[in-house]
Write a protein that binds this ligand. Structure first.
Ligand SMILES: Nc1ncnc2c1ncn2[C@@H]1O[C@H](COP(=O)(O)OP(=O)(O)OP(=O)(O)O)[C@@H](O)[C@H]1O
Ligand SMILES: [Mg+2]
Length: 248
């Protein structure tokens, strides 16, 4: 079935325990190639929403990826379309070395040895982390793990990339590199983060979550400059906008 959306939710919801909703009444469509920032205070449900999109958690209502309902029988196809960079990079890396982790996805998808090598080379080059290729994952810093975790997603060449707090633990150079990579991407991107400066630089559209649901959905410019709206959701404007005000 053809649909105009890469990601489409209709009245989607979720509860972890006792029917207390963590998410409810979520309806939203994200088009092919869009870069969307998902923002909201701690506990607003950003990570939960991303997990629902990949079928890691169940949901109420309808959640579709490229026109496919996210349900058990479709999960293998859904997961080929969607790459998920977890909030915790330790959840991403489970092989002895970075190389093994990078090779795992393509091999699992039946890529040839040459194709697997090509994808690994390209991912390491895109992230500028060639030096991590043969590193043992348990002997890496948090930021190195984060970069390696993002690389494992790139080797799967998904159409949709979900990133949960990707800039956390990155040093300024790696954060800058991440921003450049996100801006070079043509894939559909959903980036959950408290780093609103990064969201401002990488996303045209922002979805603001509060009170178990979507509180606002609009252009990054409109939402990230709306101080009252952000404050009512326990957020502040990006630092660069606050600084600009101090200097004016
Ligand atoms: N495994 C779990 N069991 C029960 N409740 C959970 C679980 N994981 C999260 N929650 C609850 O669900 C709500 C949403 O959590 P979630 O992790 O999605 O928020 P978030 O927006 O990603 O927050 P943060 O900015 O801190 O990453 C929170 O109230 C949290 O306490
Ligand atoms: Mg989270």
């Amino acid at each position: 079935m053809m649909t105009e959306y890469a990601i489409e939710l209709n009245n989607a919801g979720f509860s972890y325990v006792n029917d207390t909703p963590v998410l409810s009444g979520i309806s939203v469509g994200i088009r092919d190639g869009e870069a969307v920032g998902l923002i909201g205070a701690n506990g607003a449900g950003k990570s939960t929403l991303l997990k629902i999109l990949t079928g890691l958690l169940p949901h109420e209502g309808s959640v579709q990826i490229c026109g496919m309902e996210v349900e058990k029988k479709n999960l293998p196809s859904v997961r080929k379309k969607v790459g998920f960079v977890f909030q915790d990079p330790d959840s991403q890396l489970f092989m002895p070395t970075v190389y093994d982790d990078l090779a795992f996805g393509p091999r699992n998808y039946g890529c040839s040895a040459e194709e697997t090598e090509r994808r690994i080379d390209r991912a390491l080059e895109r992230l500028d982390i060639e030096h991590l290729r043969t590193k043992q994952t348990i002997r890496m810093s948090g930021g190195e793990k984060r970069m390696a975790g993002i690389a494992t997603i790139l080797t799967m060449e998904p159409e949709i990339i979900l990133l949960d707090e990707p800039s956390i633990t990155l040093d300024p150079c790696n954060r800058r590199r991440l921003i450049e990579i996100l801006n070079e991407m043509t894939e559909t991107r959903v980036i959950a983060s408290h780093d609103l400066d990064m969201i401002m630089e990488t996303c045209d559209r922002v979805i603001l979550m509060d009170g178990h649901t979507i509180r606002a959905d609009g252009s990054a410019r409109d939402i990230l400059t709306d101080e009252e709206l952000l404050a009512s959701c326990h957020l502040e404007m990006p630092y660069c906008l606050q600084r600009a005000r101090w200097h004016s």
